[in-house]
Design a protein around this ligand. Structure first.
Ligand code: ARG
Length: 486
């Protein structure tokens, strides 16, 4: 069959598509169908469409457009469809353009004439936006749960790390030693902000578009506010054009997911570096690393690398969606069908990524001696020497130059730094003592800093933050879909 032959080849005359068979004499071409169909990916919206459809049916009952019997029979049909889909027993037809069409088709098969009334006062435009918002609410919740788990892993590592320390880096050059706990907690706070962002986005997107119709509402006595409440939305749209056409909620959630991906990528990069034989700071658990097909000695940090690599694709999802939305005239345009795959993909990648990275981080072993001996390089105390001079009344810029000069002479091979410091009258024995192993990290005393004092305070704050994050997430459990029978 030629590429552009009509889709339905069982009939002499191509069958018109079921949704618009009045207006069209012939059916769609094969190529139109293949290009425009969204069922392969939007079938995961099924539970959300079913919930919204049930609420819509009840609204039609309230408006006396459906009789009580019709309402009952449609609600039962929706239940049956839900079970069929859940059990994998739902028979999709080649004419099902998307999950919404498929559900309506099957409901009509089951409920007969009443099924032909289910789409009254509704368009796929508000229907799709509604199902997708419900999906995003659930997705935000699921990601928040996963993030609580990851934050828990990082906090546990921070607690277990005690007073172990390692070099802190800027420009990936050793800068000042910090507690290992401080390092784990830096990632903790980033993911905790991600969690906060996801919950804030969830709150903003919690608005029902159902009742906006194709773009302008309806002549029928439907009540969008009642439908919104029944679906568990906390608000209802103010403007029908806006309700069916904007996908800022999807872009926003996608950004939040991508930000998680970027944070996973950063931690991934560190694990890659830390697990090299040159650094040797961590050893990955065998369950969270891979081997080489050729090199028998290899143990590779593939999770960490994919956390890094997948960030590229996630960023692509976000820029792709933003580019799709840009310059779309009001209101619905078919371009908007492109909103789902980037969100679905990001959600899947992020949930798997969080789980894999959490597993990798919770099971890796740290080599505290390697970290400490790397951090105990006396030059790491250079700033402390300059600050000792400051306490002795020397302006910092001058102090910086005095210490810099000693470091340069040491690196030029003149003598070791401790001896040079001892010989410098403005530093002397007290200066030399600052360069002793383990001293530098203890000098980081200011709030939020990397030494033992502020870090133990930080551990308390992180534990408190995790407790309240957990509570916020638990309070949302089961809120994405409307409670049955409400
Ligand atoms: N699957 C489509 C979407 O996700 C359904 C909407 C089609 N609507 C229309 N007016 N052609 O956007």
């Amino acid at each position: 069959m030629a590429a552009d032959e009509p889709h339905d080849h069982d009939h002499d005359r191509p069958a018109p598509a079921p949704l618009w068979h009045g207006r069209f004499a012939t059916g769609p071409s094969e190529s139109l169908w293949e290009y425009t169909v969204s069922l392969p990916f939007d079938r995961r919206l099924a539970p959300f469409d079913l919930a919204a459809s049930a609420v819509h049916v009840r609204g039609l009952g309230d408006a006396a457009i459906l009789s009580d019997e019709e309402v009952e029979s449609l609600l039962r049909a929706l239940d049956v469809v839900g079970r069929e889909i859940e059990e994998g027993a739902f028979g999709f037809e080649p004419t099902d353009e998307d999950i919404h069409t498929a559900i309506e088709r099957r409901v009509t098969e089951i409920a007969g004439d009443a099924g032909a009334r289910v789409h009254t006062g509704r368009s796929r435009n508000d229907q799709v936006a509604t199902a997708f918002r419900l999906f995003c609410k659930q997705a935000a919740f699921d990601v928040a749960v996963a993030l609580v788990g990851l934050c828990d892993v990082l906090l546990t590592r921070a607690v277990d790390a005690g007073e172990a320390y390692l070099p802190g880096y800027t420009h990936l050059q050793q800068a000042q030693p910090v507690l290992l706990a401080h390092h784990w907690l830096a990632h903790f706070w980033a993911f905790s902000r991600d969690l906060d962002r996801v919950l804030a986005t969830r709150e903003r997107l919690d608005v029902s578009p159902l009742g906006a119709g194709a773009l302008a509402g309806s002549s029928l006595p439907l009540d969008p506010a009642v439908a919104a409440r029944r679906m568990g939305f906390s608000a209802v749209f103010d403007n029908s054009l806006d309700a069916v056409s904007d996908r800022d909620f999807a872009a926003e959630l996608l950004f939040d997911l991508v930000m998680v991906g970027v944070h996973l990528s950063r931690i991934g990069e560190e694990i890659v570096v830390w697990s090299t034989s040159e650094f040797g700071f961590v050893r990955l658990d065998e369950r969270y690393s891979t081997g080489s097909s050729m090199l028998p000695q290899k143990k590779n940090p593939d999770i960490a690398e994919l956390a890094r690599g997948k960030a590229g694709r996630l960023i692509g999802n976000l820029t792709g969606l933003l580019a799709t939305l840009k310059a779309l005239p009001l209101s619905y345009n078919r371009d908007l069908q492109e909103d789902k795959e980037p969100v679905f993909d990001a959600l899947d990648q992020i949930t798997r990524g969080i789980s894999a990275v959490a597993g990798m981080v919770s099971t890796l072993t740290t080599d505290l001696d390697a970290m400490a001996s790397s951090a105990d390089n006396p030059v790491a105390g250079a700033t402390d020497l300059a600050e000792l001079l400051v306490r002795r009344g020397i302006p910092f810029r001058q102090a910086h130059a005095i210490v810099g000069d000693l470091v340069r002479r040491h690196l030029d091979g003149e003598e070791d730094l401790v001896a040079l410091v001892r010989a410098e009258p403005r530093l002397g024995e007290e200066g030399a003592a600052l360069l002793a192993p383990g001293m530098a990290v203890r000098q980081r005393r200011t709030p939020g800093g990397g030494g033992p004092g502020p870090v133990s305070e930080q551990r308390r704050a992180a534990a408190e933050r995790l407790r309240s994050d957990r509570e916020r997430v638990e309070a949302l459990a089961g809120t994405a879909l409307p409670p049955a029978g409400d």
